[in-house]
Design a protein around this ligand. Structure first.
Ligand code: PLP
Length: 427
């Protein structure tokens, strides 16, 4: 598409956008009586307007039914997660039996590693991206120690080439091939939180399996952002949070994926009563018998309030047609932000803003990470003062996420204009 850097053009794109009404389903934070242009959905998605109501429904159930709410009412809590599984499956490209909402993300990463990181004397290494989200680094490090290995020996980090910010697929595959005999687990982010790079998940999965390793993904920045095919790609396991692109609220419930090929393998797990075979759960007997599928990884009883929020948010994904239309809009919206930033550099006569997110649209989602040549933090602060909310990542990156669910082309255009004004006034 030939973009133009003017308001009329941006508004025309909004007119043609079949998802343009979706933003009316969300609440935008305000400052001085004006809504923010919100470009921070990669960190915490906006509140669906219906959120308050669905919480109220559950508060009423609790009030009116109390303990009977587990089995009575129009959505008994005992089976509440089943509705969610149906809505989660199309987000990550799984069968409903392969997904389950539970706990929070890092907790699930640990629980899944208990099952899927089974180091042996010779095959004990984990391969991951350098610069992974810190929580993942700590989780992996501590799992390695838990098994009596030294992270220095057991963790292989794939780094970008000198002078580059993102990883090349051939380097990831080569690292896997080179260490094929020793790798127990390949564990990558789906999308890197810092650069916004969407890794070639099918290629990584294929290479990991060829090496004889298990392959898992942390999809915190990918789920609800880009279309995924976890089942078809043969990914062994994955987990994600629901509060970034999936708008389920701070500390929202996490989701797990376990490929059905693992359903009948006896796997180590840290069990709890909620993972016990559902039909016999309340016999309260000794000896753990897992429920079939991903549900067998549940530990504690259903977190009804966070699940109600996730359910409400996923209904809006359903309304948007799940990932197809969202992805189509997202590609154009993010490409427009690239264009606007490049125009800005041209007008300023130098590369004031360096984009470190991949240039090719298949290698990125709805995030653009930029490094300002100078005054990065000052520029970021000025954006906020002027009602544009992105986020700042030390040491020098501004992340802007135009989210197709609720951002418009006008949002992107106005952000570019503001960046220009700020740059000219600071310089
Ligand atoms: C956001 C994010 C987390 C956060 O984990 P919580 O347990 O939900 O606090 C972990 N890993 C990655 C890759 C993330 O992007």
């Amino acid at each position: 598409m030939n973009f133009e850097n003017n308001l009329a053009f941006a508004q025309a794109l909004d007119q043609q956008d079949i998802l343009r009404e979706m933003r009316n389903e969300y609440l935008f934070p305000q400052q001085n009586g004006k809504p923010f242009i919100y470009l921070c959905g990669n960190s915490l998605g906006l509140q669906p307007k219906v959120a308050r109501e669905v919480l109220e429904v559950q508060l009423n159930n609790w009030q009116n039914l109390a303990v009977e709410g587990w089995f009575e009412g129009n959505s008994p809590w005992m089976f509440y997660h089943k509705e969610l599984k149906k809505l989660m499956a199309p987000i990550v490209g799984a069968k409903p039996a392969e997904v389950c909402p539970m706990n929070t993300l890092t907790v699930n990463l640990h629980l899944l590693m208990v099952s899927f990181y089974q180091p042996k004397a010779k095959r004990f290494k984990i391969i991951m991206e350098a610069g992974a989200f810190p929580s993942d680094q700590y989780a992996i490090e501590s799992q390695v120690r838990f098994h009596g290995f030294d992270p220095k020996d057991a963790i292989i980090e794939v780094k970008p080439k000198e002078g580059e910010y993102t990883l090349r697929t051939e380097d990831i595959v080569k690292a896997i091939d080179d260490n094929a005999e020793e790798i127990a687990l390949v564990l990558f982010g789906g999308i890197n939180y810092f650069t916004g790079q969407w890794f070639d998940m099918p290629a990584i999965t294929k290479a990991g399996h060829k090496a004889g390793a298990i392959v898992g993904f942390d999809l915190a920045h990918a789920a609800g952002n880009v279309p995924l095919q976890l089942h078809n790609w043969g990914v062994d396991f994955a987990c994600w949070c629901s509060y970034k692109y999936q708008n389920a609220g701070p500390g929202g419930i996490s989701g797990i994926f376990v490929h059905e090929k693992h359903f009948n393998t006896p796997l180590n797990r840290f069990a709890g009563w909620w993972g016990y075979n559902e039909a016999q759960r309340f016999k309260m007997e000794k000896g753990f018998i897992p429920e079939a599928g991903a549900d067998g990884w549940q530990v504690s009883c259903t977190q009804v309030m966070p699940m109600a929020l996730y359910h409400a948010s996923l209904q809006l994904f359903k309304k948007a047609g799940f990932m197809d239309a969202l992805r189509t809009k997202s590609k154009t919206l993010t490409a427009y932000l690239f264009y606007v930033i490049n125009q800005l550099n041209t007008k300023l006569g130098e590369e004031q803003f360096k984009i470190i997110t991949p240039q090719t649209e298949d290698d990125r989602g709805a995030q653009v990470s930029i490094i300002a040549k100078a005054n990065g933090k000052k520029i970021f602060d000025e954006l906020v003062v002027n009602n544009v909310l992105g986020d700042w990542r030390e040491p020098n990156v501004i992340r802007l996420s135009p989210v197709p669910m609720y951002n418009s082309f006008e949002d992107v255009y106005r952000t570019g204009e503001l960046l220009l004004t700020i740059s000219q006034s600071i310089a």
